[in-house]
Every structure is written in C-alpha cells, then in structure tokens.
Design a protein around this ligand. Structure first.
Ligand SMILES: Nc1ncnc2c1ncn2[C@@H]1O[C@H](COP(=O)(O)OP(=O)(O)OP(=O)(O)O)[C@@H](O)[C@H]1O
Ligand SMILES: [Mg+2]
Length: 252
C-alpha cells in the first residue's frame, strides 16, 4: 500500500503481514543499524548499553522491542531517533546516515522524519490539546491554513474533537496519549518511535491506544517502533525484536 498523506485520514482496520529481515541498506528500509555499540561514560564508570546491534526495519513495518529493564531498549530508540549518538556502528534512517549529520541537520531530521511518543505523554501542561498539536507545526513553519486543516483531521482521527481546548490535566491518561500520538503525527513524519507508550495506562486503555496507533500508522504508511514490557502490546506489531543485555536475541 502506498503511503498516503496525512490529509487523507479516515480510520480503517487493515491486517499486518510479516516482512523479511536483513541488514543490507535498501530503498525499502526505513531504519538500518549495523554493529551498533553504545558505551555510556560518567567519570571512571562505563556502562555498555548496546553490544553490536544489527537490524533493518522496512517502511511501513510495525516493530515491537521487548526485553528486561536496562537491556538497552531506550538507548536503541534514542539513537535511531537522533536524540543520542552511538559509540560505534552505522545508523541509517530514511536513507540518511544520521551519525554524520551536524546538529542543525539533526534538528531538521528529528522535526521532519521522526515523531516521538513517550511513556509520560510529554504534553506541555500550560497548552491546550490543540496548542500542543499545533506547536510542532509552528516550529516546522507550516502556514496557518494547513495547520488548522491538519488539526481538525488529527482530532477526528483520534476521536477527541470535543477535547481540543482542554489542557492535559483535564484529560485522562488514555486521552493524553491519543493527543501525544497526534503531536507525533503533526508534521507527517514517516517514522514513529514510541517508548513504553502504554506504560502508564491500564491494560484495556493500553490496548485501545494500540489499536488507534496501528490503524492510523497503517493507513498513513508509517513505520513504527514501539518499546514495551507488555507482551500483549507486542502482539500488535508485525515483528518483535527481543533484546537482552545490549544484544538482539530474538527476531520474529
Ligand atoms: N545517560 C546514561 N548514563 C549512563 N548509563 C546509562 C544512561 N542511560 C542509560 N544508561 C544505562 O544503559 C543501560 C541501558 O539503559 P536503557 O535506558 O536503554 O534500558 P531500557 O531497556 O530502556 O530499560 P527500561 O525498561 O528500564 O526503560 C542501563 O544499564 C542504564 O543504566
Ligand atoms: Mg527504557
């Protein structure tokens, strides 16, 4: 299915299919990492968070990353999203070698290519839902008409048209995470990275959120990487990467 524009939103239900794996860079890959190593240094203390991670993720794939606390899930996600640099190895996202990018290019990369979703929703408390969604579009200098149109469509797609003018504290956790998803989609990035997006939600709400994420990601042709502790959440993915102690030990 060809990726559609965010401006063509309607909510369908489409079943996922499994894709082949491999680490050679191809046009079909949204993400390719090779022999990724991350060592955190603080003073004399060194922690090796990633010990040679190689994988590729196809455009349109929904991938779950699971593994015990401290195994390197967030580290890997942050490196793919250009929030942190690796110590060694290759990182290609949307065909670009992001480890070579200067800071200004990386800022552009994060703004246009990646939408982030975090466990604690990361909405700005003083802004309304509408203003939270509009902010990344303003930073991306989208004209007012486009912003307005997208905001209307995004609210409709997450089913929260009647909550546009509420501030985060006036919304439930599940509603806040739906807004956070719309914030991540605001600039229509091809890649969505979510770190424990359902971690603060009860099981039922978490599953509801995942259904919305999945349906919208499919419809818009987004690639999505979701870090989770919860195997029921991983069931929504096309593929699950299991990490233990900084290495991929399972890929199915
Ligand atoms: N900024 C940092 N400085 C030093 N060590 C760090 C830093 N960030 C993470 N680490 C260490 O790197 C390892 C991997 O951390 P990471 O946050 O990637 O784990 P995780 O799999 O996301 O865990 P969790 O499920 O608890 O979120 C851990 O041992 C952690 O203590
Ligand atoms: Mg983490």
């Amino acid at each position: 299915m060809a990726p559609k524009d965010i401006d063509d939103l309607v909510l369908p239900k489409i079943k996922g299919k499994k894709e082949k794996k491999g680490t050679e860079l191809s046009d079909k890959d949204m993400v390719m990492v090779e022999e990724l190593i991350k060592v955190y240094k603080s003073g004399k203390l060194e922690v090796t968070a990633l010990r040679g991670v190689s994988t590729s993720i196809k455009r349109g794939e929904i991938v779950a990353i699971i593994g015990p606390s401290g195994c390197g899930k967030t580290t890997l996600l942050n490196i793919i999203g250009g929030l942190d640099d690796a110590t060694a190895g290759k990182v290609f996202v949307d065909g670009k070698n992001i480890r070579n990018m200067k800071e200004e290019k990386l800022v552009q990369f994060r703004r246009k290519t990646v939408g982030f979703i975090f466990q604690n929703f990361n909405l700005i408390p003083s802004l309304t839902a509408r203003q939270n969604i509009e902010l990344p579009m303003r930073l991306n200098k989208l004209p007012m008409d486009t912003r307005k149109e997208r905001i209307t469509k995004l609210f409709k797609s997450i089913g929260l048209e009647d909550r546009m003018d509420h501030r985060p504290e006036q919304l439930s956790g599940g509603e806040q995470q739906r807004i956070a998803f719309a914030v991540a989609l605001a600039n229509d990035p091809p890649l969505i990275l979510a770190d424990e997006p359902t971690g603060e939600l009860d099981t039922h709400t978490g599953q509801e959120i995942m259904e919305i994420f999945k349906a919208l990601s499919r419809q818009l042709g987004k690639t999505e990487i979701i870090v989770t502790h919860d195997p029921r959440i991983a069931d929504f993915a096309d593929r699950t990467l299991k990490i233990i102690d900084g290495k991929i030990v399972g890929d199915e």
